[in-house]
Design a protein around this ligand. Sequence first.
Ligand SMILES: [Zn+2]
Length: 212
Amino acid sequence: MRRLGKRIGCRWEWCEECQDLGVLVPQIRSDNTTIVTPSARGMLERTLKAAIHSLYMETLKHKLDQGKAFELTSKCDASNHFLAWGGFTRFANWRFIHRARINCVSVNGAVCHGNREKRCRKYGYSNETLPHVLCSCKLHSRAWQLRHNTIQNRLVKAIAPRLGEVTVNCAIPGTDNQLRPDMVVTDKAQKKLILVDVMVFFENRTLAFCEA
Ligand SMILES: [Zn+2]
């Protein structure tokens, strides 16, 4: 109990009121000063398990990268469609996504312990972090373009049969504007033009999203 108490912040003590009556009744006092007098073995077990459970929960919540992705996706219902059946996902994607989500991909900058070299192994940038590799390492700029185009093509494939004609990387039809949005959807039935620009950024909290 002494060892466990250091971790979960509980300690045993004798009930003072009962001691005055000449009876020894043990109690558990936890950090937030709730006092439990375990009357049965089951109750003692439950109290200790609950304390350990909340300890693990707090440790997890305070991890450095915890909640980065969810902070954004939770802002909008449309961002929370989960792939329940593994469609469009290969095992290689699966392994990468879940490592990346908790920043466990073995890039040099992700190692917190020791005094290891953090330099980018491709381009010499001082800190090889996940955002650097995915979004700002110049050597991979061709891959950024392919990633952007793949997402764009996927969207075209999904939008075209539902809404009408989609033009990709062209000036807006019917205007002399020189800007070329990624996609322009012409919805003839509702007489609407929908402009879509695809942007892939690293989900580094809300501020990064708004800037993007
Ligand atoms: Zn680099």
